[in-house]
Design a protein around this ligand. Structure first.
Ligand code: ADP
Length: 597
């Protein structure tokens, strides 16, 4: 990463420009030629002034010579245009290839990341991270690269010209730049850097609080609060105002000194000319040189400004690459070959797991055997680790300690595609794709019309299909075809009915469902469990309602990341006080609900 930071452009081209790398060198070469061609007109203007002044003195103006130089100016401009066009065309061809490969590589990389990455990274943010930075890279390569060598070559050539034509004028021009840069260097040191950091921090916090404020607008409206209630945003505006003013006030004198020392030589050149005139053998020549220096000095300063601007753009480029690195630095899932153990089902052996963002383990020393053809219900207080345990089976994250196996093979050594083929997942946050109802149920699998309809019916989604104007081929998410939370869950259940996989992971999610939906969902979950049981699948369910788990083969009671007890409903009622209390409380709450309904 460091290497890439130091040499961002060429490293990026090396990595992503496959098949188009030669365009990098073409662009640089033509950029340099363009830079040189932009100096040529000044040289010919100087020649014209020379001819004019000499003509005026000798009173015989050689117009053909002036036309000759003028034609050279036109020719150099034309050559410049053509060369710049070639540089731009090459840089664009390269930029498109780099952008395409960044997108491809990033997407391929992301697909190999653990599912937990997607839990912690919003899909919109991820899309922006890839999209924005890939197109920014494109923009920078396409539009900045054609200027890079030109911006370096021009000032160097001009320094040579400045000293070659007349070193005294040259020294004056260059000393102005040296003083200006010295001023700039002092500006960027010590307390100024501190101020700049504070200013940057204030700007960042203003933008972060601004986003928070906009997100909170609905709350402000609903509760009729005033803008002042967003104190943090208000404070950050004042803070930004203070630091921006401090910084600007501090920079003003130094920036003035910088600008004055940069441009003062242009004013001092005529004075130097007057000073040198008495001792000069060719005073006319000296005068013309002075005019030339005024022109070239301005060109020199503007070219330096351009070089600094390009440098700034290259810094932006490195920031863009560093952002992309946030994706490429995520740990991929590694798959190793291993000898399979002779066992069936899912086995947790001394498994502990700590979330990357936490210090305390979410699961501690778990030992469990989920056997084929049996159903398991995970129960326990919120935060006891039920979801984490199920997420580990779907390899959202890799375990931090112990061994987690499926059919005798370490989970981390099963290819992600293979693993996901074995699992049917119905979680709380089911998502639909902007695609047809059919695709949302089959998820790309090859199923007949009958099978799909049958699965949807079993999931209690008959009414969804009846509502759709174009049946299974209706696009979801467009006008009039939005599905409610409960309906989305039924589509997710239909997916599970279709898949017929080895393991069913079920979060008895009813949070988004209304009472009618809830009943339908409960019925179809029951049906799904029965069907899976007949097929000898492992069924693991996170239960929120204890009446639905009574008939599970094993109930696993969890508490603070550990297994407190395990057994059938009957066994737990007899021997586990915590479970008994939980069940009684649950029954009471049901009775209360029925009474007050
Ligand atoms: P349950 O499903 O029983 O409510 P969870 O498995 O969701 O419990 O949570 C177990 C513990 O792990 C809790 O302390 C919770 O705060 C933590 N936790 C859950 N998800 C994450 C996550 N994505 N990142 C960090 N900590 C998490």
């Amino acid at each position: 990463m460091d290497k890439r930071k130091k040499n961002g452009l060429s490293e990026t081209v090396r990595r992503y420009g496959k098949g188009r790398k030669s365009f990098f060198y073409t662009t640089l070469l033509f950029s340099a030629i363009y830079g040189l061609s932009s100096i040529l007109p000044y040289y010919f203007i100087w020649k014209i002034i020379n001819a004019l002044v000499r003509g005026a003195i000798s009173q015989s103006l050689d117009t053909s010579l002036i036309v000759h130089y003028a034609l050279w100016i036109v020719a150099s401009q034309l050559i410049g245009l053509i060369v710049y066009f070639i540089a731009l065309a090459s840089s664009h061809i390269l930029a498109f290839r780099v952008e395409k490969n960044i997108r491809k590589e990033a997407m391929a990389y992301v697909l190999e990341l653990p599912l937990g990455f997607f839990q912690n990274h919003d899909s919109g943010v991820l899309r922006r991270l890839i999209d924005d930075n890939a197109s920014k890279t494109h923009g920078l390569i396409a539009h900045v690269l054609p200027d890079v060598t030109g911006a370096m070559v021009v000032p160097i050539c001009l320094v040579v010209v400045l000293f070659l034509v007349d070193w005294r004028f040259g020294l004056l021009c260059v000393s102005g730049v040296a003083i200006a840069f010295f001023n700039m260097a002092t500006l960027l040191q010590g307390s100024a850097r501190l101020m700049m950091d504070k200013y940057a921090q204030a700007s960042e916090s203003l933008s972060a609080n601004g986003v928070e404020y906009i997100r909170g607008i609905p709350v402000v409206k609903v509760f009729n609060q005033t803008v002042e209630s967003f104190k943090r945003f208000h404070d950050s505006i004042l803070d930004y105002d203070k630091h921006a003013k401090n910084f600007v006030n501090f920079c003003r004198p130094a920036m003035s000194r910088y600008t004055v020392s940069l441009y003062a030589p242009v004013l001092l050149l005529p004075l130097l000319c007057i000073f040198l005139m008495p001792g000069s053998v060719q005073p006319v020549e000296l005068f013309v040189k002075c005019l030339f220096y005024v022109m070239i000095a301005i060109l020199f300063y503007t070219s330096l400004m351009r070089t600094m601007a390009i440098n700034e753009q290259l810094n932006v480029f490195n920031v863009t690459l560093a952002r992309l690195d946030t994706i490429f630095s995520q740990n991929k899932m590694i798959v190793k070959e291993e000898q399979k153990k002779k066992e069936e089902g899912i086995v947790f052996e001394n498994v502990s797991f700590t979330y990357p963002s936490k210090d305390e383990a979410a699961l501690k020393d778990i030992n469990l055997h989920f056997e084929k053809g049996k159903s398991y219900a995970l129960v326990g207080k919120s935060g006891s680790g039920k979801t984490t345990l199920v997420h580990l089976i779907a390899r959202f994250y890799d375990i931090t300690q112990g061994s987690l196996r499926m059919d005798g093979k370490e989970l981390r050594n099963i290819e992600n595609d293979e693993l996901l083929k074995e699992l049917s997942i119905v979680f709380q946050m089911n998502k639909l794709m902007k695609n047809t109802l059919r695709e949302n149920i089959t998820m790309g699998g090859d199923f007949s019309e009958e099978e799909i309809k049958d699965a949807l019916e079993k999931a209690g989604g008959q009414d969804i299909l009846e509502r759709m104007e174009q049946g299974l081929d209706t696009m979801l998410g467009t006008k009039g075809t939005y599905l409610s939370g409960g309906e989305i869950q039924r589509v997710a259940l239909a997916r599970a009915f279709l898949r017929k996989s080895k393991v069913l992971l079920l979060d008895e999610a009813t949070a988004y469902a209304d009472p009618e939906n809830e009943e339908v969902i409960q019925q179809s979950i029951k049906k799904l469990r029965e069907e899976e049981k007949q097929r000898e699948s492992v069924i693991i369910m996170i239960a929120h309602r204890l009446n639905t788990v009574k008939d599970a083969d094993q109930i696993i009671l969890m508490d603070e990341g550990r297994i407190l007890e395990q057994g059938s409903h009957k066994e737990l009622m007899e021997r586990c006080e915590t479970y008994r209390k939980m069940y009684e409380e649950f029954t009471r709450s049901i009775e209360w609900r029925v009474k007050h309904a």
